[in-house]
Ligand binder design. Structure first.
Ligand SMILES: [Zn+2]
Length: 326
């Protein structure tokens, strides 16, 4: 019998999108599938099993899948193999996802927090290659993160480390989804920018362009504010500057505590680009006094929307080695 080519699989479960992919053991993506996240977890499992098995079957069973790693929105129970309280995936919560997938695919399966996987993906295949210690921060509707310390994911008690979006930035800041207030996520995420813009609309201190857009759409997104700022709108610019300053303060705190070689920023809000990075670097230069910041780079993520899948390939590869040594 001919030797089969070993591959690993990864899945990224998002609030709206569900992605699955297969890669060679050195992380070369061979195929990627995507669908809308089904409301029912059983349907999600069916889809994952179907696309992965069909791809392997279509290749005449020349490939053998050794392991699967699934990126899940938190909070999750990694040891129990299930999502616990993901806000947009109510019916998936507490469903025995790992065990169902493992039984159906007959391979070891591991669940991991999606931001942690993105950190691992960037560390092994993206903007963090060659870095012993790095912090990954994703800024989109929320703010998440992952810490790689000594070339390993730092998990903390009950796998709860890395929630960089929930460090307090302002004692009197707005209420946060986590139950606290003034968290980085409540001050600097896309949702926070949106809320700050709507507050301006509500109290009459928005610009004319902001009002026009609001009246047309019935809403204002972080992207709208970034676009208006780009066009020279002073109010939009100040809202954006404020959010980027808070982000810079959060990153200054992370650098002061961890002194990582690299801080990698990803997520939709960082698409603002160089302007955001320059602003954050300026705040960091002003606030970080006891760490040699010239040795620390603050850089954009490289793997874009696929960082979770690439982190999944890396963990699945480790998982398959662990199992084969048993
Ligand atoms: Zn919070």
């Amino acid at each position: 019998m001919t030797e089969k080519i070993p591959v690993v699989a990864a899945v990224d479960i998002g609030g709206t999108k569900l992605a699955a992919a297969i890669a060679s053991v050195d992380g070369k993506m061979l195929v990627r599938f995507q669908t809308t996240t089904p409301r029912e977890p059983m349907e999600g499992v069916e889809w994952i099993v179907m696309v992965l098995q069909k791809w392997l079957q279509d290749r005449g069973r020349n490939y053998r899948n050794h392991a699967l790693c699934v990126g899940c929105p938190g909070p999750m129970d990694r040891a129990g193999g299930m999502i616990l309280r993901a806000p947009n995936l109510e019916s998936w919560n507490e469903y025995p996802l790992r065990d169902e997938l493992s039984a159906r695919l007959a391979v070891p399966v591991e669940l991991e927090n999606d931001a942690n996987l993105a950190a691992i993906g960037e560390h092994r295949f993206g903007a963090g290659i060659g870095c012993r210690d790095l912090v990954y921060v994703t800024v989109s509707t929320g703010i998440g993160g992952g810490l790689v310390i000594g070339n390993k994911l730092y998990r903390g008690v009950a796998d709860s480390a890395g929630e960089v979006g929930h460090m307090t930035i302002d004692l009197h800041g707005p209420a946060c989804n986590c139950g606290s207030r003034g968290c980085l996520e409540a001050m600097a995420s896309g949702t926070a920018i949106m809320h700050a813009a709507l507050e301006r609309v509500g109290n009459g201190s928005a610009s004319l362009a902001m009002m026009d857009l609001y009246n047309m759409q019935g809403n204002l997104t972080a992207k709208d504010i970034a676009d208006l700022a780009q066009q020279g709108d002073q109010v939009a610019s100040s809202l954006l500057d404020q959010a980027m300053t808070y982000l810079g303060i959060g990153i200054s705190n992370l650098i002061t505590v961890l002194s990582p070689q690299r801080v990698i920023l990803g997520g939709g809000v960082t698409k603002i680009g160089e302007q955001l990075f320059e602003h954050v670097r300026k705040v960091v230069r002003e606030r970080v006094r006891l760490v040699p910041i010239e040795k620390i780079a603050i850089v954009p993520a490289k793997l874009g929307g696929d960082s979770v899948l690439f982190g999944g390939f890396s963990l699945a590869d480790e998982l398959s080695h662990i199992r084969s040594e048993e």
